[in-house]
Design a protein around this ligand. Structure first.
Ligand code: SF4
Length: 368
C-alpha cells in the first residue's frame, strides 16, 4: 500500500484539523521532492503494490502534468503490475471536463473520492468550502461522463443549524447519482480550528448529540433502502465497491506514506515525516528525510487494533489478536456480549448496530 500526501489546499475549511497549507508557491518543488522520496524509499515496500491513495490536502490542486510526474515516479520505482485500486481525493471545483479528461489519460486512477460535504450552499459557506452545490453536482456528472466507474463522495452531518430534513435532502440528492461509495462523518469540532473559535465567539451553536444521532440513524435507514452497505461506522458501499486501501489500514497492513506529514507503518514501527513543506523539501533534497518514529509495543498495537476493528461491521478478527492477549480479550469482552453490543462468532467479535454506536467507548474499556 502506498499513500501519497499532497498538503496543499485552495483555502482552509473551518473544521479542518489536518496538516495542510494554502500557499500557492512551491508546488513544483514539492512534487520534485515527492518523486525523489518515492525513489529513495523504494525498498521500503518489497511486494507489488496493491493500492495507491493520493490524499490531502487537495491532490487535484496539482496540475495533471504534476500528477503525471508523480505517477511516473511510482511506475519507475515500484511493481505496479498487481494494482487493484488507485484513488485520488478531489474537490468538486477542480473536476472540470478538461481536467478529468486529462486525468483519464494517465491511465492510472480508477477511483475518485470527491469532497462534496453538503449540497446546501449555506453549509458549504459555514464550512468555508470553495465549491457550491451546483459545482458538486457537476463534478459527479463530469467524473462519471469521463469514464470513472468507481466514485466516492464525502459528506459531513451534525453541522450547526443543520436540520434532519436538510440532512435527508443531501442524501436524496445522491439518489440517481452515479456514485458507488459514501463516507459520511459526524462533525467533530477540534480545538484549534476556525469553527471551534467561531463557536466560542457564539457565532454558531454546535449540533447537539441527539440531533447528530438522529442524522446517523436516518443515514442508516437511507443507506439500507438504497443498496449502500455499511462496512464501517462512517463508510457505505454498493456491492463490490468497499474501499480496499482504507479497509487495509484497519487490518494493520503495512504501508508506505510519502510527502510532508505522511505516516508509514511497517507492521510494528510507525514513522511520520515532518509536517512542514519547506523543511520536508529541504531535507529530501539534501540529506536524511526529516521524520520521527516510534516502535509500537505489542500492547499498543493490540489497543490500536481494537480501536479500529470495533468501528467496522466485520469487527475484531480473532486471528489478528496477538496471542498473549487473546484469553484476556475473550474474558473481558463477554460483558458486551451479554448486553447485546457484541456478537461472539467463531471467527470474530462483531459489533451489533448498537455496539457500533458505542465502538470507541467499548474499545476504551477493553484497552490493556
Ligand atoms: S480541503 Fe480537506 S485538507 Fe483542505 S482544508 Fe479542507 S478539509 Fe482540510
Amino acid at each position: 500500500m502506498l499513500y501519497v500526501h499532497i498538503p496543499y489546499c485552495h483555502r482552509k475549511c473551518t473544521y479542518c484539523a489536518f496538516y495542510s497549507t494554502v500557499t500557492a508557491e512551491g508546488h513544483q518543488a514539492y512534487v520534485d521532492a515527492l518523486c525523489l522520496e518515492l525513489k529513495r524509499r523504494r525498498h521500503s515496500l518489497e511486494k507489488p503494490l496493491r493500492t495507491v491513495y493520493f490524499g490531502g490536502g487537495t491532490p487535484t490542486l496539482l496540475s495533471v502534468a504534476q500528477l503525471a510526474q508523480i505517477v511516473e515516479a511510482i511506475r519507475n520505482n515500484y511493481d505496479t503490475t498487481a494494482l487493484e485500486e488507485t484513488t485520488i481525493e478531489a474537490n468538486p471545483e477542480d473536476l472540470t471536463v478538461a481536467y478529468l479528461s486529462d486525468l483519464r489519460q494517465l491511465d492510472f486512477f480508477n477511483r475518485i473520492s470527491i469532497g462534496v460535504q453538503s449540497f446546501h450552499d449555506a453549509d458549504l459557506r459555514l464550512l468555508n468550502r470553495r465549491h457550491d452545490s451546483r459545482q458538486a453536482q457537476e463534478a459527479l456528472e463530469n467524473a462519471a461522463a469521463a469514464g470513472f466507474s468507481n466514485l466516492s463522495v464525502d459528506f459531513i452531518y451534525g453541522l450547526p443549524n443543520q436540520s434532519l430534513e436538510a440532512w435527508l435532502d443531501n442524501l436524496h440528492h445522491l439518489e440517481g447519482s452515479p456514485i458507488h461509495h459514501l463516507s459520511a462523518y459526524s462533525l467533530t469540532v477540534e480545538e484549534g480550528t476556525m469553527l471551534h473559535q467561531q463557536i466560542g465567539q457564539g457565532r454558531f451553536v454546535p449540533c447537539d448529540e441527539d440531533t447528530s444521532l438522529s442524522h446517523y440513524q436516518a443515514l442508516l435507514r437511507w443507506a439500507a433502502d438504497h443498496d449502500f452497505h455499511q462496512y464501517e461506522i462512517s463508510n457505505f458501499a454498493r456491492p463490490g465497491h468497499m474501499a480496499v486501501h482504507n479497509s487495509r489500514y484497519w487490518n494493520r497492513t503495512p504501508y508506505l506514506g510519502v510527502g510532508a506529514a505522511a505516516h508509514s507503518f511497517d507492521g510494528l514501527n510507525r514513522r511520520w515525516n515532518v509536517a512542514d513543506t519547506r523543511r520536508y523539501i529541504d531535507s529530501v533534497m539534501s540529506g536524511p528525510i526529516e521524520h520521527e518514529e516510534e516502535e509500537l509495543t505489542l500492547k499498543d498495537a493490540h489497543n490500536e487494533y481494537l480501536m479500529t476493528a470495533l468501528r467496522t461491521v466485520a469487527g475484531i478478527d480473532k486471528n489478528l489478536v496477538a496471542a498473549p492477549f487473546a484469553n484476556r480479550l475473550q474474558h473481558d469482552i463477554q460483558r458486551f456480549v451479554t448486553t447485546g453490543l457484541i456478537l461472539d462468532t467463531p471467527t470474530h467479535y462483531r459489533p451489533t448496530p448498537e455496539g457500533l454506536l458505542h465502538a470507541d467507548g467499548i474499545a476504551a474499556e477493553l484497552f490493556l
